[in-house]
Design a protein around this ligand. Structure first.
Ligand code: SF4
Length: 585
């Protein structure tokens, strides 16, 4: 086999026993790798509870991982989410995917529950479960310092959970290689439920490529396209400023969620943008293995600079004007192992319910308490929906399926509104990434204040994103490149000719399989909805931009249209016909 190793490492943490799963080549072709293959292996477990020891926690690389294909150093983590109850995948950077492939594995499938706090160490073909009692309660960064100190040439990859996971937070993340995170959905808690504090992977092998010359040509095509992209490699793009480059744009579009989504414009935003961060913290470029864009920014003191969503939510959403607090909150969430988007959003919900603004010191103190399960922090660490419900105000949780919404107000981008509602993992901007066409106007501009045509656009974008997450590559590259270039790269790597059309059909299969898992777990159309605020209250218009409340009827019509093009019934469940056509019957 080229591209894939053909082997998945299965570790039963109850016994410490490791075995090898060898999927049929047809399964690889049907689901590619990454998110697709992880979902395929998760599917029989869709109705388990997140803390069932038999529930798999998967870490899956793709056929391009470990090759010279641009941005192929990413990896998918997947399981059922303690926060949303849905099937939940999360794409993460760093070097974990690359090391996994070099070690000879397409993925790791973890089941069971270790009898004591443990770690898994994978080195090429060998996997050992070892005690990790001495690291109980330590921050994810402290684990990395202890097991893989930063030295030049350090290739071992480390994934660890922090105290948030150990104290039961539903917002618990998994930190990977210091500056990357399996952030959303509480997958860190699933790892902690298996009594696994960290795992390391190191490998010395090489990924076999069928046609290195054709891969090099595909890679050069992608490089040429990205070089011409202002959003990626331009003077004010992601490479220069990180994803924080979006901050000014979203602010001027008057769609920056402010004060728990009570407003869509934050007046102090111009003093809190990525340029201010650059001037103040002088970060250098960093990024995922195999990436030439390097959108991560790290200060000399080792602190990662906030991504756009974190910057926006820890300023506008919680009404904080202090940049140092944003950077400190971001670092604290990383160390404790908390999802920054959900943490900030839960704090904003708390501020609205209690009717007061949080001071910078209070923001940091509450994050610390959320990460260690102390006092009010323990309540907030269960996410905004449970917190708001327990205070009799569920409508003030700005979430979909319990997942807190990111930093794009849906009243300012209707494709985003639809994408948030129908996303299989809850309030997520990356499922269909409408920012691309509604805000950055790539590959073509769409009218952000209209639902017209959005059902089909969102469906196709979801299919494409599922492919990207399965290859595995980075969605940001698709501001410039398309599936056509990546189909060429995949054909070159695997030696099996494929096309963008064929890949989109695979993406549709992956999305439908995820829908089926959620339907089996009891999700219906009632869960594919937005918080009532967006249909009742207008956003903050100005500068010639009106931001009215969403029209509920138009939204429901768009959702129905989405259900039709996706092959779902009126309750959002896959029809037998759609499953049969997708080869999932
Ligand atoms: S663009 Fe950024 S997130 Fe994407 S692969 Fe490169 S460094 Fe990682």
């Amino acid at each position: 086999m080229f591209g894939w190793t053909g082997k998945i490492l299965c570790v039963d943490l109850t016994t410490g026993h490791a075995t090898t799963l060898r999927p049929d080549p047809a399964e690889y072709h049907a689901f590619i790798g990454g998110r697709g293959l992880a979902g395929h292996l998760l599917a029989p477990h869709a109705t388990r509870s997140w803390d069932d020891p038999d529930l798999p926690l998967l870490f899956m690389a793709g056929p391009l991982t470990g090759t010279i294909a641009p941005t192929s150093g990413r990896l998918t983590a997947m399981s059922l989410s303690p926060l949303t109850g849905t099937a939940f995948d999360s794409s993460v950077g760093g070097k974990l995917g690359t090391q996994l492939k070099r070690a000879g594995w397409d993925g790791i499938l973890l089941t069971g529950r270790a009898p004591e706090l443990s770690a898994l160490r994978v080195a090429d073909g060998e996997a050992r479960v070892v005690p990790a009692r001495d690291l109980a309660g330590r921050s994810a960064l402290a684990v990395m310092d202890a097991v893989a100190p930063l030295v030049p040439g350090q290739e071992e990859s480390v994934a660890a959970v922090g105290p948030a996971a150990e104290t039961g937070s539903l917002l618990a993340s998994i930190l990977v290689d210091r500056h990357h995170a399996v952030g959303r959905g509480g997958l860190g808690l699933v790892m902690a439920a298996k009594n696994l504090k960290y795992f390391t992977v190191t490998g010395t092998g090489r990924v076999a490529v069928a046609d290195p010359k054709a891969l090099k040509a595909a890679r050069e095509d992608i490089f040429r396209l990205t070089a011409a992209s202002p959003a990626l490699l331009g003077e004010h793009g992601f490479s220069a400023y990180g994803t924080g480059a979006l901050y000014d744009l979203i602010s001027t579009r008057r769609m920056m969620p402010t004060a728990n989504f009570r407003a869509t414009h934050y007046a102090p935003a111009p003093e809190l943008n990525a340029a201010r961060i650059k001037a103040r913290f002088h970060p250098h470029k960093a990024g995922c293995k195999g990436c030439h864009v390097l959108c991560k920014k790290v200060a000399d003191d080792g602190r990662a600079m906030p991504e756009y969503e974190t910057l926006s939510h820890f300023t506008a959403l919680v009404e904080n004007r202090d940049l140092e607090t944003v950077v400190a909150a971001n670092a604290l969430c990383g160390e404790l192992g908390l999802d920054t988007i959900s943490a900030a959003s839960t704090l904003a919900c708390h501020a609205e319910i209690t009717g007061r603004k949080l001071a910078p010191a209070e923001i940091l103190a509450l994050i610390r308490d959320m990460g260690t399960g102390q006092g009010l922090g323990a309540e907030l660490a269960r996410g905004s929906l449970r917190y708001a419900e327990s205070h009799g105000r569920p409508e003030l949780s700005m979430s979909v399926k319990g997942l807190e919404l990111p930093a794009y107000d849906p009243r300012g981008a209707y494709g985003m509104a639809l994408a948030y509602a129908v996303s299989t993992r809850g309030g997520c901007h990356l499922r269909a990434y409408p920012v691309s066409h509604e805000i950055l106007r790539k590959p073509v501009a769409t009218d952000r204040f209209s639902f017209s045509g959005k059902a089909r656009i969102i469906k196709i974008a979801e299919d494409a994103a599922a492919v990207v997450d399965s290859l595995t590559a980075c969605k940001f590259l698709f501001f410039a490149a398309t599936l056509e270039e990546y189909a060429k790269a995949l054909s070159a790597v695997t030696g099996r000719e494929t096309s963008a059309q064929e890949l989109l059909a695979v993406g549709a299969r992956i999305c439908l399989a995820e829908r089926r898992m959620n339907a089996e777990a009891g999700f219906t159309a009632a869960d594919d909805d937005l918080p009532a605020r967006f249909f009742a209250e207008a956003g903050s218009g100005g500068n010639g931009i009106a931001v009215p409340a969403l029209d509920r009827e138009e939204f429901l019509k768009a959702r129905d249209a989405y259900y039709r093009v996706r092959g779902l019934d009126a309750e959002g469940r896959p029809t037998a016909e759609a499953l049969r056509k997708a080869g999932l019957a």
